[in-house]
Design a protein around this ligand. Structure first.
Ligand SMILES: [Zn+2]
Length: 513
């Protein structure tokens, strides 16, 4: 029955009793440096959790029998929300979601780049076999286009096909999609007319959803692609988000201020425009994406790619079907092995079966632009990551912002970084009751040491865990503590909220899980 308060000290290496004893109705996290997620300065506070909710914040005394966690001055903030994630890959087999929770991420938003489909099945699977993080999803334009057009996708859709896609978007919105995502640099989305995208996005808008886009171009036709996204927001009167915003071509480097002017002008004209961004100058995709016209054997185009988009020693192969031995090698190194010029090696690889689908990591951005864009007040942090592959962003993005960006180079205050990972991220994808530490919000929380937090993943070891994250709660339960996942799968599917007023008043302590 009622036990005396169990005290867990979190500052030391050992950590005990992070999970409440069976009789405890509530958990009190005491003596935290609280960052509430809305940008307010850190303050000393205690936080009480009942069931899956935060019920009280302030100077609180323990109740009899209450489970007490001593934060010992560490920083307590909302759990982080990754608005552009591919961590759903493999999540069925690795339900503890270590890549995410070890960075303090408690919610991932999937179905990105046009990829989400059959969300009713996804959400019901997450209910019967839950994972350690919350999962929300967009409906994917590309997946829907494939289902309707099959292999015959290299053309504009007919009005009848658009109508069939429309009804599929409606089904996904009814299942709880946040909105429509597109991947307009990828097959099959790249072949869609702007009118098709606009019409499908309108279905999402009519259902109260939003639009998020890996735009038609992140390099050659960047400004036109941005115009297309802004036009969708304006015409459909819907919130629009640029996925992983980047100036992804040497010729665009240094234009971050100009870009922010364009973004601010669109907002000032009434478009609800936001963006997410990851803190790396390398992107990860497939080889084919370097050629928007898919003219893989065009020598002039190849020279252009290597001179303007990404250089031969900045393109690293992750996986290529016919050549497992190339994994981790740059195009420049592969060209040497093949005794060919980089351009010839690139075209030869593209001509092989599966060549255009080869996974690559490539440097496409400048540090100064990434640092300028991530400071834009409407840009939230995302990872665009996954649990496998060569790119460190899947394990490092959030910790890299908190450590190198905030602590080491003072790019912005810690409170602003947390806002970009929590309340802003929640607002940018339409989640109204997560991302803030306040009564009534879900108890997704992260306790971390701002003096120690840092990413450890890099291109040599992309799966190295971040450090400095002490304890992570998802829906009131501890999923990560003392450097390890706990085997608790308290994440939930998050369907789009039909009405979304933010909770304002404390809910009663009788609200239990
Ligand atoms: Zn993308």
């Amino acid at each position: 029955m009622a036990r005396s308060a169990a005290i867990a000290s979190l500052a030391g290496a050992t950590l005990v009793a992070w999970q409440p004893p069976p009789g405890a109705a509530t958990t009190l996290i005491r003596r935290a440096a609280l960052i509430d997620g809305r940008g307010a300065p850190a303050r000393r506070a205690d936080v009480r959790i009942a069931g899956d909710r935060i019920v009280e914040v302030g100077q609180l005394a323990p109740n009899a029998g209450e489970h007490v966690v001593d934060a010992n001055g560490l920083t307590l903030s909302p759990g982080f929300i990754d608005t552009h994630s591919h961590h759903d890959r493999g999540l069925d087999d690795a339900r503890d979601a270590v890549a995410m929770v070890s960075q303090g991420v408690t919610t991932i938003v999937v179905g990105q780049d046009g990829g989400g489909s059959n969300l009713a099945a996804l959400f019901s699977r997450l209910e019967t076999r839950p994972v350690s993080v919350n999962v929300a999803s967009y409906a994917g334009h590309g997946a829907i286009r494939s289902a309707v057009m099959g292999q015959d996708f290299k053309r504009h859709a007919t009005p009848d096909e658009v109508a069939r896609m429309t009804s599929r978007v409606k089904v996904e919105m009814d299942a709880g999609a946040l909105g429509l995502s597109t991947g307009l640099e990828y097959d099959p989305g790249i072949y869609a007319a702007p009118e098709e995208v606009l019409a499908l996005a309108k279905v999402a808008a009519d259902a109260g959803g939003r639009y998020i886009s890996h735009m038609r171009s992140e390099d050659r036709w960047f400004w036109e692609a941005l115009d297309e996204l802004i036009a969708i927001g304006r015409a459909n009167k819907m919130p629009v988000q640029v996925s992983h915003i980047k100036l992804g071509m040497h010729d665009l480097w240094g234009q971050a201020d100009k870009l922010i002017e364009v973004l601010d002008r669109a907002r000032a004209s009434g478009v609800q425009l936001t963006a997410d961004i990851y803190p790396y100058t390398y992107w990860q995709s497939n080889l084919g994406v370097l050629y928007p016209k898919r003219n893989f054997s065009d020598a002039a185009e190849t020279d252009f790619v290597l001179a303007h988009v990404s250089r031969a020693d900045d393109i690293i192969f992750n996986s290529i079907r016919a050549h497992p031995e190339y994994a981790g090698k740059t195009l420049a190194q592969i060209a040497l092995l093949r005794r060919a010029t980089p351009a010839k090696a690139l075209m030869d690889l593209l001509a092989e079966p599966g060549g255009s689908g080869a996974g690559i990591v490539a440097k496409g951005m400048a540090d100064a632009d990434v640092e300028r864009l991530i400071k834009w007040p409407y840009a939230n942090v995302c990872s665009d990551g996954q649990s496998t592959g060569l790119h460190p962003r899947g394990f490092g993005s959030f910790a890299k912002v908190l450590g190198p960006y905030v602590r080491d180079t003072h790019l912005f205050p810690l409170e602003e970084a947390v806002r970009k990972m929590s309340s802003l991220a929640a607002a940018n994808v339409g989640l109204s009751n997560r991302g803030v530490v306040a009564p009534g919000y879900f108890a997704d929380l992260v306790l971390f040491d701002p003096a120690a937090v840092a990413d450890r993943a890099d291109f040599g070891r992309a799966q190295a865990h971040a450090v400095g994250i002490h304890t992570v709660w998802v829906n009131g339960q501890v999923v990560f503590a003392g450097g390890s996942t706990t085997g608790v799968y308290s994440g939930r599917p998050l369907r789009r909220e039909k009405t979304s007023p933010a909770p304002r008043v404390a809910i009663g302590l009788n609200a239990r899980r």
